[in-house]
Ligand binder design. Structure first.
Ligand SMILES: [Zn+2]
Length: 405
């Protein structure tokens, strides 16, 4: 394997005389052709990964269930090598290509696995707001309790910042450069952990994840303060969203991005403009003050709900309710219609969403779907006819006429 790997490196770097398995040679040629097209060049110091098409397979052996077949020049059928995996490959996942790379004398295999995932119909929405103080603030319509992620990242950043400053004062610039990658790895590690927790919550609560679109996020905070600027420019928002999307796709959880412009400057309660100071948001309209990240995530959740309704993403939970439940609201113009006005196709009425949002905030355990029906009944003044006890209870609490049938 060492010989084949080294010959591959030499071939890529221009030595055409090496003995190499023919398909591997072709692969190297393809790689070089792609490189020429994009104007890239070969770094003589670097080792390039050997690509293995469908090289990894599973076998019932005592040693390890995972093996890799590496075609080698002059060896018929190639060689089979047992491999250890960092995490078990899920059932039903197909092994795609693999890359073989050597680092400090140890061989590693990077595998691409592929799985068919059905998209889940969502009942709830989980909003994710990205920020400096809290890497991610999360608010779900299921329980309406905000969760704040980011303490660990904050600690890592502070630690490395102090370390860098000390090293700089001593003139140890080489060391300063080196610790950068340590910091990145430590932060990345937690970004993965946060993303995993959020996606798992979404999966458990059958939610779609709504995340503020990253465009313009660097504008946030108005560029005030050196400390703020430093943290903002070095925060890897982009990577975090990529992890989130990737983990969500794996579980069939949908992620939608909504505009986050003004999410941090608008009051989620009254919609007026306000200002941020420290970790707080002060509203000029209703005079309230809120945790700034909480206010931001509320706005994203509101926007997410709006987007959901117009896309028709939220569906009733058919496992728990009778199909007849679709016709629980008597609308004044079209009795028995399945879709309330603005449900699909056209832009939902914002005040309907606002009321639905408030209903969720006041009552616990109602889904967005329930809340919209209750809000609609409230607006039209019609009686809410429902087969769902939870919906009835929520309506009762809000003094909206409701009847179980
Ligand atoms: Zn306000």
């Amino acid at each position: 394997m060492n010989r084949e790997y080294e010959n591959y490196q030499r071939y890529i770097k221009g030595d055409r005389s090496v003995e190499l398995y023919s398909a591997t040679k072709q692969q190297a040629d393809r790689f070089l052709a792609r490189l020429r097209k994009t104007g890239g060049s070969i770094d003589p110091e670097k080792e390039y990964p050997l690509l293995l098409r469908r090289g990894v397979y599973k076998a019932e052996t005592k040693l390890t269930p995972y093996w890799i077949k590496i075609p080698v020049y002059g060896v018929k059928g190639g060689i089979n090598i047992p491999i250890g995996v960092s995490e078990p490959i899920p059932d039903g996942a197909g092994m795609k290509q693999a890359e073989l790379i050597r680092r400090d004398g140890v061989f590693y295999v990077y595998m691409v696995v592929e799985k068919e995932v059905g998209e889940r119909g969502a009942q709830n929405v989980i909003a994710v707001d990205l920020g400096i103080r809290h890497t991610a603030t999360v608010l779900g319509t299921r329980d309406m309790h905000p969760k704040f992620y980011g303490k660990e990242v904050r600690c890592i950043r502070a630690h490395f910042f102090r370390l860098r400053r000390t090293l700089q004062k001593k003139g140890a610039y080489g060391a300063v450069k080196k610790i950068g990658s340590h910091e990145k790895r430590a932060v990345n590690n937690y970004l993965h952990v946060y993303a995993k927790r959020i996606v798992e919550e979404a999966f458990r609560t059958n939610s779609v994840i709504v995340v503020g679109r990253l465009k313009g996020i660097r504008m946030r905070g108005g560029g005030k303060g050196r400390v703020f600027q430093r943290r903002l420019s070095s925060f890897p928002f982009y990577r975090f969203v990529e992890y989130l999307k990737h983990k969500a796709a794996w579980l069939g959880v949908k992620v939608i991005e909504v505009s986050e412009a003004w999410a941090s400057q608008t009051c989620h309660n009254c919609g007026c403009k306000g200002f941020r100071f420290g970790g707080y948001f002060y509203c000029s309209g209703c005079g309230h003050e809120y945790n700034a990240d909480y206010n931001g995530v509320c706005n994203i959740l509101k926007r997410g709900i709006g987007q959901d309704l117009s896309q028709g993403l939220l569906r009733p939970d058919t496992a728990h309710h009778e199909p007849g439940r679709m016709r629980t609201v008597q609308s004044s113009n079209e009795p028995g219609t399945a879709n309330p006005p603005g449900w699909r196709g056209c832009q939902p009425e914002l005040d309907l969403l606002d009321s639905a949002f408030n209903i969720i905030a006041i009552t616990s355990g109602v889904t967005i779907y329930d809340a919209v029906y209750i809000a609609l009944a409230q607006q039209t003044g019609d009686k809410l006819l429902t087969r769902d006890r939870k919906q009835k209870k929520a309506a009762d609490r809000l003094k909206i006429k409701a009847e179980l049938f």
